[in-house]
Design a protein around this ligand. Structure first.
Ligand SMILES: NC(=O)c1ccc[n+]([C@@H]2O[C@H](COP(=O)([O-])OP(=O)(O)OC[C@H]3O[C@@H](n4cnc5c(N)ncnc54)[C@H](O)[C@@H]3O)[C@@H](O)[C@H]2O)c1
Length: 260
Protein backbone atom coordinates (compact mmCIF):
# COMPACT_ATOMS: atom_id res chain seq x y z
CA UNK A 1 0.00 0.00 0.00
CA UNK A 2 1.28 3.52 -0.83
CA UNK A 3 2.76 5.25 2.16
CA UNK A 4 3.40 8.96 2.79
CA UNK A 5 7.10 9.52 3.44
CA UNK A 6 8.91 12.77 4.27
CA UNK A 7 12.47 13.04 2.92
CA UNK A 8 14.72 15.93 3.97
CA UNK A 9 17.71 17.09 1.99
CA UNK A 10 15.78 15.86 -1.05
CA UNK A 11 17.27 18.29 -3.57
CA UNK A 12 20.61 16.51 -3.88
CA UNK A 13 22.64 13.36 -3.26
CA UNK A 14 21.33 10.72 -0.86
CA UNK A 15 18.05 12.55 -0.16
CA UNK A 16 17.24 12.95 -3.84
CA UNK A 17 18.08 9.31 -4.58
CA UNK A 18 15.92 8.15 -1.66
CA UNK A 19 12.97 10.35 -2.63
CA UNK A 20 13.19 9.10 -6.24
CA UNK A 21 13.38 5.43 -5.23
CA UNK A 22 10.36 5.74 -2.94
CA UNK A 23 8.33 7.69 -5.48
CA UNK A 24 9.15 5.19 -8.23
CA UNK A 25 7.95 2.42 -5.88
CA UNK A 26 4.59 4.18 -5.55
CA UNK A 27 4.93 6.05 -2.26
CA UNK A 28 3.81 9.62 -1.83
CA UNK A 29 6.95 11.62 -1.01
CA UNK A 30 6.99 15.01 0.65
CA UNK A 31 10.34 16.55 -0.30
CA UNK A 32 11.94 19.06 2.07
CA UNK A 33 15.02 21.16 1.36
CA UNK A 34 16.42 24.66 1.63
CA UNK A 35 15.33 26.04 -1.71
CA UNK A 36 13.39 23.43 -3.65
CA UNK A 37 10.83 20.76 -2.86
CA UNK A 38 7.28 20.54 -1.58
CA UNK A 39 8.45 22.26 1.59
CA UNK A 40 11.31 24.76 1.66
CA UNK A 41 12.81 25.43 5.06
CA UNK A 42 16.10 25.89 6.87
CA UNK A 43 16.25 22.79 9.07
CA UNK A 44 19.18 24.27 10.98
CA UNK A 45 16.98 26.76 12.80
CA UNK A 46 14.13 26.27 15.29
CA UNK A 47 11.86 28.56 13.24
CA UNK A 48 12.64 26.66 10.04
CA UNK A 49 11.90 23.30 11.65
CA UNK A 50 8.66 24.57 13.14
CA UNK A 51 7.53 26.00 9.76
CA UNK A 52 8.43 22.70 8.07
CA UNK A 53 6.43 20.68 10.61
CA UNK A 54 3.36 22.91 10.05
CA UNK A 55 3.60 22.60 6.26
CA UNK A 56 4.13 18.83 6.42
CA UNK A 57 1.06 18.54 8.68
CA UNK A 58 -0.99 20.48 6.12
CA UNK A 59 0.29 18.58 3.08
CA UNK A 60 -0.07 15.15 4.66
CA UNK A 61 -3.45 15.67 6.27
CA UNK A 62 -1.91 15.03 9.69
CA UNK A 63 -0.52 11.51 9.23
CA UNK A 64 2.85 10.39 7.87
CA UNK A 65 4.13 6.83 7.62
CA UNK A 66 7.83 7.54 7.42
CA UNK A 67 10.54 10.13 7.78
CA UNK A 68 13.98 9.99 6.21
CA UNK A 69 15.84 12.64 8.22
CA UNK A 70 18.76 13.07 5.90
CA UNK A 71 19.50 16.80 5.44
CA UNK A 72 22.97 17.61 6.68
CA UNK A 73 26.26 19.36 6.08
CA UNK A 74 29.85 18.28 6.65
CA UNK A 75 31.18 21.73 7.58
CA UNK A 76 34.03 21.72 10.11
CA UNK A 77 32.02 24.34 12.01
CA UNK A 78 29.18 24.62 14.52
CA UNK A 79 26.74 24.71 11.57
CA UNK A 80 27.07 20.91 11.58
CA UNK A 81 25.73 20.84 15.15
CA UNK A 82 22.74 23.00 14.27
CA UNK A 83 21.60 20.98 11.24
CA UNK A 84 22.90 17.46 11.85
CA UNK A 85 21.94 17.23 15.52
CA UNK A 86 19.65 19.95 16.90
CA UNK A 87 17.62 20.48 13.72
CA UNK A 88 17.34 16.75 13.09
CA UNK A 89 16.17 15.97 16.63
CA UNK A 90 13.70 18.89 16.56
CA UNK A 91 12.24 17.73 13.25
CA UNK A 92 11.85 14.09 14.35
CA UNK A 93 10.25 15.18 17.62
CA UNK A 94 8.03 17.69 15.81
CA UNK A 95 6.77 15.02 13.41
CA UNK A 96 6.39 12.29 16.04
CA UNK A 97 2.67 13.01 16.60
CA UNK A 98 2.04 12.65 12.84
CA UNK A 99 4.03 9.39 12.77
CA UNK A 100 2.20 8.01 15.80
CA UNK A 101 -1.06 8.09 13.79
CA UNK A 102 0.33 5.71 11.15
CA UNK A 103 -0.24 1.94 11.26
CA UNK A 104 3.48 1.28 10.66
CA UNK A 105 5.53 4.40 11.38
CA UNK A 106 9.28 4.40 10.74
CA UNK A 107 12.14 6.88 10.94
CA UNK A 108 15.49 6.49 9.23
CA UNK A 109 18.25 9.01 9.85
CA UNK A 110 21.36 9.56 7.73
CA UNK A 111 24.17 9.53 10.27
CA UNK A 112 27.71 8.77 9.05
CA UNK A 113 30.62 6.42 9.47
CA UNK A 114 32.30 9.61 10.75
CA UNK A 115 30.56 8.71 14.01
CA UNK A 116 33.38 6.16 14.40
CA UNK A 117 36.10 8.77 13.93
CA UNK A 118 37.69 11.04 16.51
CA UNK A 119 35.18 13.34 18.12
CA UNK A 120 34.81 15.66 21.10
CA UNK A 121 33.14 13.69 23.93
CA UNK A 122 32.27 16.84 25.89
CA UNK A 123 30.56 18.29 22.85
CA UNK A 124 28.66 15.03 22.30
CA UNK A 125 27.48 15.08 25.94
CA UNK A 126 26.32 18.70 25.62
CA UNK A 127 24.26 17.83 22.57
CA UNK A 128 22.69 14.79 24.20
CA UNK A 129 21.86 16.91 27.26
CA UNK A 130 20.05 19.36 24.96
CA UNK A 131 22.44 22.16 25.95
CA UNK A 132 22.32 23.90 22.57
CA UNK A 133 23.88 27.21 23.60
CA UNK A 134 26.80 25.58 25.39
CA UNK A 135 27.31 23.10 22.55
CA UNK A 136 27.43 25.91 19.98
CA UNK A 137 29.91 27.75 22.20
CA UNK A 138 32.16 24.72 22.38
CA UNK A 139 31.75 24.03 18.66
CA UNK A 140 32.69 27.63 17.86
CA UNK A 141 35.86 27.24 19.94
CA UNK A 142 36.78 24.12 17.93
CA UNK A 143 36.05 25.95 14.67
CA UNK A 144 38.44 28.72 15.69
CA UNK A 145 41.29 26.18 15.78
CA UNK A 146 41.04 25.48 12.04
CA UNK A 147 39.33 22.81 9.91
CA UNK A 148 41.28 19.81 11.22
CA UNK A 149 40.17 20.39 14.82
CA UNK A 150 36.89 21.92 13.63
CA UNK A 151 36.03 18.60 11.88
CA UNK A 152 35.08 17.33 15.35
CA UNK A 153 31.92 19.43 14.95
CA UNK A 154 30.86 17.08 12.15
CA UNK A 155 31.98 13.77 13.66
CA UNK A 156 30.53 14.76 17.06
CA UNK A 157 27.19 15.76 15.52
CA UNK A 158 26.96 12.32 13.91
CA UNK A 159 28.09 10.49 17.07
CA UNK A 160 25.46 12.37 19.08
CA UNK A 161 22.59 11.69 16.65
CA UNK A 162 23.58 8.00 16.49
CA UNK A 163 23.50 7.78 20.30
CA UNK A 164 20.22 9.73 20.46
CA UNK A 165 18.62 7.17 18.13
CA UNK A 166 19.59 4.38 20.54
CA UNK A 167 18.38 6.36 23.54
CA UNK A 168 14.89 7.03 22.21
CA UNK A 169 14.30 3.81 20.23
CA UNK A 170 13.11 1.61 23.15
CA UNK A 171 11.09 4.32 24.91
CA UNK A 172 7.32 4.61 25.32
CA UNK A 173 7.25 7.56 22.88
CA UNK A 174 8.90 5.56 20.09
CA UNK A 175 8.75 1.77 20.64
CA UNK A 176 5.57 2.22 22.69
CA UNK A 177 3.96 4.12 19.81
CA UNK A 178 5.11 1.55 17.27
CA UNK A 179 7.67 3.97 15.80
CA UNK A 180 10.81 2.19 14.63
CA UNK A 181 13.84 4.47 14.42
CA UNK A 182 17.19 3.55 12.93
CA UNK A 183 20.12 5.20 11.21
CA UNK A 184 22.16 4.64 8.09
CA UNK A 185 25.86 5.42 8.43
CA UNK A 186 27.37 6.01 4.99
CA UNK A 187 31.12 5.93 4.55
CA UNK A 188 32.07 7.78 1.37
CA UNK A 189 29.44 8.60 -1.22
CA UNK A 190 29.59 10.50 -4.52
CA UNK A 191 27.21 13.45 -3.86
CA UNK A 192 27.22 17.23 -3.97
CA UNK A 193 28.87 17.16 -0.55
CA UNK A 194 31.95 15.32 -1.80
CA UNK A 195 32.29 16.65 -5.37
CA UNK A 196 35.22 18.93 -4.48
CA UNK A 197 36.92 16.32 -2.30
CA UNK A 198 36.83 13.59 -4.95
CA UNK A 199 37.73 15.91 -7.84
CA UNK A 200 41.47 15.90 -7.11
CA UNK A 201 44.01 13.11 -6.68
CA UNK A 202 45.06 14.68 -3.38
CA UNK A 203 41.47 14.77 -2.09
CA UNK A 204 40.80 11.16 -3.09
CA UNK A 205 43.99 10.02 -1.33
CA UNK A 206 43.15 12.00 1.81
CA UNK A 207 39.66 10.46 1.89
CA UNK A 208 40.97 6.94 1.27
CA UNK A 209 43.57 7.29 4.05
CA UNK A 210 41.02 8.66 6.53
CA UNK A 211 38.31 6.13 5.65
CA UNK A 212 39.36 3.05 3.67
CA UNK A 213 36.56 1.27 1.76
CA UNK A 214 37.87 -2.21 0.90
CA UNK A 215 34.46 -3.50 -0.25
CA UNK A 216 33.50 -2.03 -3.65
CA UNK A 217 34.94 1.44 -2.98
CA UNK A 218 33.08 4.73 -2.85
CA UNK A 219 29.29 4.40 -2.92
CA UNK A 220 26.69 5.99 -5.17
CA UNK A 221 23.75 7.73 -3.46
CA UNK A 222 21.46 4.89 -4.64
CA UNK A 223 23.35 2.39 -2.46
CA UNK A 224 22.41 4.40 0.63
CA UNK A 225 18.86 5.03 -0.62
CA UNK A 226 18.25 1.27 -0.84
CA UNK A 227 18.92 0.90 2.89
CA UNK A 228 16.70 3.85 3.82
CA UNK A 229 13.99 2.27 1.67
CA UNK A 230 14.11 -0.92 3.73
CA UNK A 231 14.38 0.83 7.09
CA UNK A 232 11.24 2.93 6.57
CA UNK A 233 9.27 0.06 5.06
CA UNK A 234 6.41 -1.69 6.80
CA UNK A 235 8.45 -4.89 6.43
CA UNK A 236 11.05 -3.59 8.86
CA UNK A 237 8.88 -4.56 11.78
CA UNK A 238 11.37 -5.43 14.55
CA UNK A 239 14.62 -3.55 13.96
CA UNK A 240 15.01 -0.38 15.99
CA UNK A 241 17.82 1.59 17.61
CA UNK A 242 20.41 0.39 15.09
CA UNK A 243 22.85 2.24 12.88
CA UNK A 244 23.55 0.32 9.67
CA UNK A 245 26.97 1.21 8.35
CA UNK A 246 26.98 1.31 4.56
CA UNK A 247 30.64 2.06 4.38
CA UNK A 248 32.42 -0.40 2.09
CA UNK A 249 33.85 -2.25 5.09
CA UNK A 250 35.32 0.73 6.98
CA UNK A 251 33.62 -0.16 10.28
CA UNK A 252 34.70 -3.82 10.12
CA UNK A 253 38.24 -2.84 9.20
CA UNK A 254 38.68 -0.04 11.72
CA UNK A 255 36.84 -1.47 14.76
CA UNK A 256 37.50 -5.13 14.13
CA UNK A 257 35.34 -8.01 15.37
CA UNK A 258 35.43 -7.52 19.13
CA UNK A 259 32.86 -4.77 19.47
CA UNK A 260 30.29 -6.73 21.45
N1 LIG B 1 28.40 12.17 0.84
C1 LIG B 1 29.01 11.44 1.78
O1 LIG B 1 30.12 10.90 1.55
C2 LIG B 1 28.36 11.26 3.12
C3 LIG B 1 28.96 10.37 4.02
C4 LIG B 1 28.37 10.18 5.27
C5 LIG B 1 27.22 10.85 5.60
N2 LIG B 1 26.65 11.70 4.71
C6 LIG B 1 25.42 12.38 5.13
O2 LIG B 1 24.43 12.23 4.13
C7 LIG B 1 23.46 13.26 4.27
C8 LIG B 1 23.13 13.78 2.89
O3 LIG B 1 24.29 14.37 2.32
P1 LIG B 1 24.69 14.23 0.78
O4 LIG B 1 26.01 13.56 0.76
O5 LIG B 1 23.57 13.68 0.00
O6 LIG B 1 24.99 15.77 0.47
P2 LIG B 1 24.34 16.79 -0.54
O7 LIG B 1 25.06 18.06 -0.23
O8 LIG B 1 24.37 16.27 -1.91
O9 LIG B 1 22.82 16.90 -0.06
C9 LIG B 1 22.45 17.48 1.17
C10 LIG B 1 21.11 18.16 1.00
O10 LIG B 1 20.73 18.69 2.29
C11 LIG B 1 20.23 19.99 2.09
N3 LIG B 1 20.42 20.79 3.29
C12 LIG B 1 21.60 21.18 3.83
N4 LIG B 1 21.39 21.99 4.86
C13 LIG B 1 20.05 22.14 4.99
C14 LIG B 1 19.22 22.88 5.86
N5 LIG B 1 19.73 23.67 6.80
N6 LIG B 1 17.90 22.78 5.70
C15 LIG B 1 17.35 22.01 4.71
N7 LIG B 1 18.09 21.30 3.85
C16 LIG B 1 19.43 21.36 3.98
C17 LIG B 1 21.03 20.55 0.93
O11 LIG B 1 20.40 21.69 0.34
C18 LIG B 1 21.16 19.36 0.02
O12 LIG B 1 20.10 19.28 -0.91
C19 LIG B 1 24.08 14.28 5.23
O13 LIG B 1 23.47 14.15 6.48
C20 LIG B 1 25.53 13.88 5.29
O14 LIG B 1 26.15 14.24 6.50
C21 LIG B 1 27.19 11.92 3.47
Amino acid sequence: MARTIVVTGSASGIGKATADVLENAGDRVIRVDLKEGDVTADLGSAEGVSAAVDQIADLSGGVIDGLVANAGVSHPTELSLKINYFGTVALIEGLRPLLAKSEAPRVSVTTSAATLQGNDPELVDLMLAGEEEKAIERGTALTAQGPQIGYANYSSSKRAISRWIRQVAPTREYAGAGIGINGVGPGQVFTGMTTDLFSTEEGRKMAADAMPTPYNGIAEAEHIAAVHEFLISEGNARMTGQVMFVDGGYDAQSRGDNIW
